[in-house]
Design a protein around this ligand. Structure first.
Ligand code: NAD
Ligand code: TYD
Length: 360
């Protein structure tokens, strides 16, 4: 039986991954370590909370003693590190927590893995540490060169405090591989979308606002480009890298699906209006607001390496994935209500209130 220590398993991608793995494999155990920030929701994992193969540990990855105890108690074979502060806008407002969680938390986990797995002479048995990173560490691509893509050997050039913290963590993971021969992989994925994403990110925020006939705040000219990846395809990629990825390697995981932000917003308007048969959901809800500081223009991945080496490709066409995603949010209004109650309203008002007011 393989024991996976999944960190941040109550967040968006982490909870999709926990559910995916428990569905796919019988003979595994998942230990989910999560401190439960605003972005976490244990309801995502309700269907597995009584599964004997699933264990929840309420702890902070930065707490070395708690992590050491967790390693000692559960003896994980594999670490999959999702836990992070993940929202660029919040990193611009408050960079420090990003350095703390994303860098120091990763370092604490690396040290625990090294201590627990080392069997002498660079031998760590069959263990693996997988760092879930982001294409944002590569920086930004120009809009006028659509053939330019991020590749695994593209130099890291992060711009936001979020991507700087993720790049820093990547360097530590690589350093532990290079220096101590810790068995590592790094995956760098593009923007994920799908069920259980906190509505501070573009797609769930726009769905939530559209359904409530609230303004849809589009930053700048709306022409920034993101490469959208369906979360289930991402989970498959991580599983493949854990089981077949060559030690020490980085794998980019992209959706081959680049869209301007405004196109995403218009698709959401069209599909929400169609599904709900609601003509009040229309383009008049779009509200161009002040641009994000240092806003990366374009992200784009050529996922050639993971395709050639592991046979992975993004299976879900965007047209299918986005409709499934919208339908999921419409079918889970109670989930949305739960995560947007309390602190979310304050965040939303503090962050968007002024911007939307200025536009009026
Ligand atoms: P998320 O914000 O939805 O979830 C993060 C989870 O980590 C939450 O459950 C939170 O409680 C937990 N967490 C935060 N700090 C912690 C700490 N100190 N100790 C333990 N748990 C802690 O994030 P997500 O969108 O699911 O992203 C998961 C990972 O994937 C992150 O590392 C992120 O950088 C990376 N990533 C995400 C995307 C995306 O589109 N969402 C794209 C590229 C990379
Ligand atoms: P986001 O979902 O925050 O992901 P990231 O910044 O990590 O790529 O944003 C995706 C894109 O959408 C990004 O270019 C910023 C833009 N955006 C808006 O235009 N309005 C919004 O309200 C949000 C949250 C994002």
């Amino acid at each position: 039986m393989t024991t996976y220590l999944v960190t941040g398993g109550a967040g968006f991608i982490g909870s999709n991954f926990v559910l995916y793995m428990l569905e796919k494999y019988d003979d595994i155990r998942i230990v989910n370590v999560d401190v439960l920030t605003y972005a976490a929701n244990l309801e995502n994992l309700k269907s597995v909370e009584d599964d004997p193969r699933y264990i929840f540990v309420h702890a902070d990855i930065c707490d070395f003693a708690a992590m050491e105890k967790t390693f000692h108690t559960y003896q994980p074979d594999v670490v999959v590190n999702f836990a992070a502060e993940s929202h660029v806008d919040r990193s611009i407002a408050d960079p420090e927590i990003f350095a703390h969680t994303n860098v120091m938390g990763t370092l604490a986990l690396l040290n625990c893995a090294r201590n627990a797995w080392h069997q002498g002479d660079d031998d760590y048995g069959t263990h693996k540490f997988l760092q879930v990173s982001t294409d944002e560490v590569y920086g930004s691509l120009p809009l006028d060169d659509p053939e330019a893509f991020f590749r695994e050997d593209t130099p890291l050039c992060p711009h936001s405090p979020y991507s700087a913290s993720k790049a820093s963590a990547d360097f530590f993971v690589k350093a532990y591989g290079d220096t101590y021969k810790l068995p590592i992989n790094i995956t760098r994925c593009s923007n994920n979308y799908g069920p259980y994403q906190f509505p501070e990110k573009l797609i769930p925020l726009m769905i939530h606002n559209a359904v409530h006939h609230e303004p849809l705040p589009v930053y700048g000219d709306g022409l920034n480009v993101r490469d959208w990846l369906y979360v289930a395809d991402h989970c498959k990629a991580i599983d493949l890298v854990i089981n077949q990825g060559k030690l020490g390697e980085v794998y980019n995981v992209g959706g081959h699906n680049e869209r301007h932000n405004i196109e995403i917003v218009q698709t959401i308007i069209r599909e929400c209006s169609r599904i709900l048969d609601d003509p009040l959901i229309n383009d008049s809800l779009i509200c161009y607001v002040q641009d994000r500081k240092g806003h990366d223009r374009r992200y784009g991945i050529a996922p050639d390496k993971i395709k050639a080496d592991l046979g992975w490709y993004p299976e879900t066409p965007f047209e299918t994935g986005i409709v499934q995603t919208i339908q999921w949010y419409l079918d889970h209004q109670e989930w949305i209500e739960h995560v947007t109650s309390g602190a979310y309203k304050e965040y939303y008002q503090a962050f968007y209130g002024n911007k939307l007011e200025t536009e009026r």
